[in-house]
Write a protein that binds this ligand. Structure first.
Ligand code: ACO
Length: 333
């Protein structure tokens, strides 16, 4: 009998500080940076985002999301045998945020035996990070290398924003989402399709690095928005079609499209290309902004908890981001 992986529970967490576009515009005005709610809503669909407090890290947000996913799955931390964290805003250069989060989960658990020794690592694929991490966890479960994984997307993008650059700082937010993915006799994950093309490194990056005790180059996000937009629209359609073909399914089999929540125009254009009505498009970018690797599991969890997405629905998750990276995971919940 074939071994599959299946999502057993979802969770998410947003830091409490919420800024509407008007709140952010007021803060930016104090720095002589001009923007408006109208401009942000019209170009991106974003109305609000959450920013973490200065002492809160990705592992803290991921920890809260993971606890909720475990609770939803009816599992304890001791039953987890793999942790993968997708993040581009890790707590430290090393060790991985996954190791830090593992320790927090172990400390909070009555029985830490399982989780304390399990493999834990980060995946770095920027806004495609969650679909990369989910695909890796699925492969490890299919081969028997793991039985029950925590797959987490967690970001504090507010830390790497240049608040004097209005073309980028209005787009992003902080948050985390998580799923418990476990072995199953029935799917589950039906197919996935991952890609990267490093020739586009320069259009979306944080080019700085640490050397000799100093940050060399800029530690802040820089982006060619129009180049990103054009690339994203094309690759999201290709990845969805390739994933459907691998599963022998068609556009019509998709109940819900959950694309990376970067920009409503990119998301709507992808839905149209896949001939999906906009009613099948999950949208949380309006309330969360772009939370990079956290955006898909945040959108998934919000839709599961609101009752919109139900057990048995077929979901197309799609990521696209810096690298350039892109990919899709098709699954039955
Ligand atoms: N507020 C007010 N005006 C602004 C702002 C702002 N926040 N930002 C830019 N402008 C101005 C520009 O200065 C420019 O003014 P000018 O004509 O006087 O020079 C004008 O608005 C138009 O600027 P453009 O850059 O041409 O605006 P565009 O329509 O391309 O929209 C945007 C910019 C929203 C970034 C768009 O290119 C986009 O969505 N790109 C995709 C990028 C993205 O989603 N990135 C997320 C990370 S990658 C990922 O997750 C896939």
């Amino acid at each position: 009998m074939r071994r599959y992986s299946r999502i057993a529970g979802t969770g998410s967490y947003l830091p409490p500080r919420r800024l509407t576009n008007a709140d952010l515009a007021a803060e930016l005005a104090a720095r002589d940076v001009e923007t408006s709610d109208d401009w942000i809503v019209e170009r991106t669909g974003i109305r609000a985002r959450h920013f973490a407090a200065p002492d809160v890290c990705s592992s803290d947000l991921g920890f809260e999301a993971a606890k909720k996913a475990l609770q939803a799955a009816g599992r304890s931390a001791s039953e987890i045998d793999l942790i993968i964290v997708a993040t581009s805003t890790p707590d430290m250069v090393f060790p991985s945020t996954a190791c830090i989060l593992q320790h927090k989960l172990a400390q909070s658990s009555d029985d830490a035996r399982g989780i304390a020794g399990c493999p834990a690592f980060d995946v770095q694929a920027v806004c495609s990070g969650f679909v990369y991490a989910l695909s890796v966890a699925d492969a490890m479960i299919q081969t028997g290398a793991a039985n029950r994984a925590l797959v987490i997307g967690a970001e504090v993008f507010s830390r790497i924003l240049d608040f004097t650059d209005r073309t980028t700082c209005v787009l992003f937010g902080d948050g985390a989402g998580a799923v418990v993915l476990e072995a199953s006799d029935t799917p589950g994950i039906l197919a996935s399709d991952l890609h990267a093309d490093g020739k586009h490194v320069g259009i979306l990056c944080v080019p700085g690095n640490v050397s000799g005790g100093q940050v060399i180059g800029s530690p802040l996000l820089t982006m060619d928005g129009q180049a990103v937009f054009k690339l994203a629209v094309g690759v999201l359609e290709d990845a969805a079609r390739a994933t459907l073909a691998k599963a022998n399914l068609t556009d019509a089999d998709i109940d819900w499209l959950i694309p990376h929540q970067a920009n409503i125009r990119i998301m709507q254009s992808t839905a149209k290309k896949l001939k999906l009505p906009l009613s099948k498009l999950i949208v949380t970018v309006d309330q969360h902004g772009n939370t990079s690797a956290a955006s898909i599991p945040l959108a998934l969890d919000a839709s599961v908890r609101s009752g919109k997405i139900k057990t048995g629905d077929t979901l197309m998750l799609e990521g696209v981001g810096g690298g350039f990276t892109w990919g899709a995971v098709l699954l039955t919940l």
